[in-house]
Design a protein around this ligand. Structure first.
Ligand SMILES: NC(=O)c1ccc[n+]([C@@H]2O[C@H](COP(=O)([O-])OP(=O)(O)OC[C@H]3O[C@@H](n4cnc5c(N)ncnc54)[C@H](O)[C@@H]3O)[C@@H](O)[C@H]2O)c1
Length: 281
């Protein structure tokens, strides 16, 4: 087994039908891991699993419908994944997430609730059911996908920003709670990426949009060698730290100079229309 070989691991990825989750599942399978993907989008999940099976062998990927908002579904999903691969999960990647862009006062209550249920509830459910498995065995790794918006705040995505701050705080608190137990926790904090969720969003002008493959590579690296937090791109780690260290007035001024205050304001609504429809906007 080489250091690049992850064939000893069974990794579950939520929201694995497309975007960052699918890219992560493909990379994990390429490194030999047994992969299980769950998603509300059944046709896309099935297609993704078929592509992974075609590239890496039929037994490499388990796929099933999963709505992360429902804890019993999660329990069933992990049980079926364990049966398929003949071994319980070693790593849980809580990736499924949604993002509504727009002024908070124009956000429908149902869509605020949906973001809270998927981005917060889904991560809590996934972490809880994974910990049941990991505590029995005394090892395991929870990887929660937050965002740069989990450490910084951006206009026009207030609810989303709140949910991602939750993911960061929740994961860090558990990392402390489980210190020394053999159970690892990682928070992943990507910049805006070229996926459906990031469509039509300009992001911070000076920082290029990430490819989902770059983020997937960082997630796989964090699985191979567990780290507490991973920013993508890496250069955002010191910048984010600095932004928190300076007084708010200085931060606001620098955000203004960099155009970060407009990062999710100057959006292309036409480009976002298809995704908004999926969200039920
Ligand atoms: N794309 C970005 O700019 C960006 C930046 C930072 C963080 N993130 C985070 O990365 C994660 C993945 O985002 P993405 O860009 O790949 O989005 P995406 O829309 O391309 O993919 C998200 C997947 O999650 C699935 N999903 C949605 N609700 C679900 C539910 N209730 N249960 C199960 N699956 C569900 C969708 O069907 C989809 O397949 C999210 O948590 C997101 O917040 C994305």
């Amino acid at each position: 087994m080489t250091e690049h070989d992850l064939s000893h691991l069974h990794v579950a990825v939520t929201g694995g039908a497309q975007g960052i989750g699918a890219a992560t599942a493909r990379r994990l399978a390429a490194r030999g891991a047994a992969v299980s993907i769950g998603d509300v989008d059944v046709p896309a999940t099935t297609a993704q699993a078929a592509a992974i099976a075609a590239a890496h062998g039929r037994g490499r990927c388990f796929a099933a419908e999963l709505d992360v908002r429902a804890e019993p579904d999660f329990r069933r999903f992990l049980a079926a994944a364990g049966d398929f691969h003949g071994t319980a999960i070693d790593v849980m990647v809580n990736n499924a997430g949604i993002m509504l862009v727009g002024p908070f006062r124009e956000e429908a209550v149902a869509l605020t609730d949906k973001q809270l249920a998927v981005n917060v509830g889904g991560v809590v459910n996934g972490t809880r059911v994974a910990l049941e498995v990991f505590e029995d065995r005394g090892s395991g790794h929870v990887v929660n996908i937050a965002s740069v918006a989990g450490r910084n705040a951006f206009a026009n995505i207030a609810t989303y920003t709140g949910t991602k701050h939750f993911v960061y705080g929740f994961t860090e608190a558990l990392r402390s709670e489980y210190s020394g137990t053999g159970i690892e926790f990682t928070t992943v904090l990507p910049n805006i990426a070229k996926t459906r969720l990031g469509s039509g969003v300009s992001g911070v002008k000076m920082v290029r949009k990430s490819d989902p493959e770059d983020i997937a590579e960082a997630i796989v690296a964090a699985i191979a060698s567990p780290a507490p937090a991973t920013y993508i791109p890496r250069t955002l780690a010191p910048l984010s730290g600095l932004a928190q260290a300076v007084p708010s007035a200085v931060r606001d001024r620098v955000f203004g100079l960099l155009g970060a205050d407009r990062a999710l304001v100057d959006t292309d609504d036409a480009e976002r229309e298809a995704y908004d429809e999926v969200l039920g906007r």
